[in-house]
Design a binder for this molecule. Structure first.
Ligand SMILES: [Zn+2]
Ligand SMILES: [Zn+2]
Length: 242
């Protein structure tokens, strides 16, 4: 069955979002989608918890009004938390909110792309996974916007996958790789094969869309290309897509 979900969308509740939620929903309905996850950026390095809460309150109100207006598409309440490994207490607080889905991201791209810096980039992701409190790891290969594969050590990737499996999290397959670097996905297919060989199965798929024409972008291709236990999150629980 086709995966009719987009698990990574930014509306105007994200600092860089440009889409009103209702336009996304209309686009989703046009595309025949069943689930849309609004995973708004939470940049804990830049905003206070009070600001997060104020914004979250408005966000929830809007989701609830729109959910009532559009009962044929399920709206998933999400957050994309940047570098939660740096904000343990704040992450605990976010875990008490009424959310369906928390994505963890490392957005701290190195200033220079030495092997050491690249390794540090992935070590942050490993720490984020080990700390828990997130449901899925977003765009694992985000750093590949800037560097080629040669500088990435496979051992650290294996450690990250082992931790994801151990923590029973999902790995996000992010389709923005197609528009950003002309590749099928973040992570790339070699890493996804490794995840599978290591026993990883749970994945979510998201477009990381900030504009209407990016909603569900390339997700169909990813869905057809990879055989995983693809799912969505509701009330912080993985639900296999059926
Ligand atoms: Zn991100
Ligand atoms: Zn994002």
């Amino acid at each position: 069955m086709a995966y009719l979900a987009d698990m990574h969308i930014h509306s105007i509740y994200s600092y860089d979002g440009q889409m009103r939620m209702e336009s996304v929903i209309k686009r989703g309905l046009e595309l025949g989608l069943k689930y849309l996850a609004f995973t708004e950026h939470i940049e804990l390095d830049q905003i206070t918890l009070k600001q997060v809460l104020n914004r979250f309150k408005c966000y929830c109100e809007e989701v609830e009004i729109l959910q009532e207006k559009y009962p044929n598409i399920k709206l998933i309440k999400g957050m994309e938390v940047s570098n939660p490994e740096r904000h343990i207490d704040e992450l605990k607080f976010l875990n008490d909110l009424d959310l369906d889905y928390i994505l963890g991201s490392n957005h701290m791209l190195p200033r220079e792309y030495s092997e050491k810096e690249v390794l540090l980039y992935y070590k942050r992701i490993l720490q984020m996974v080990k700390n828990g409190g997130i449901d899925a790891v977003a765009h694992l290969d985000y750093i590949r916007r800037r560097i080629d594969e040669g500088k990435i050590h496979s051992e650290i990737i294996e450690e990250i996958f082992a931790a994801i499996i151990e923590k029973d999290m999902a790995l996000e397959i992010n389709s923005s790789a197609a528009r950003r670097i002309g590749k099928i996905s973040f992570p790339n297919s070699e890493k996804l094969e490794l995840y599978q060989r290591m026993g990883g199965s749970k994945v979510t798929i998201g477009s990381d869309s900030h504009r209407l024409n990016e909603v569900y972008d390339n997700i169909q291709i990813i869905d057809k290309s990879y055989d995983f236990n693809k799912g969505i999150y509701l009330k912080r629980k993985f639900v296999p897509y059926k």
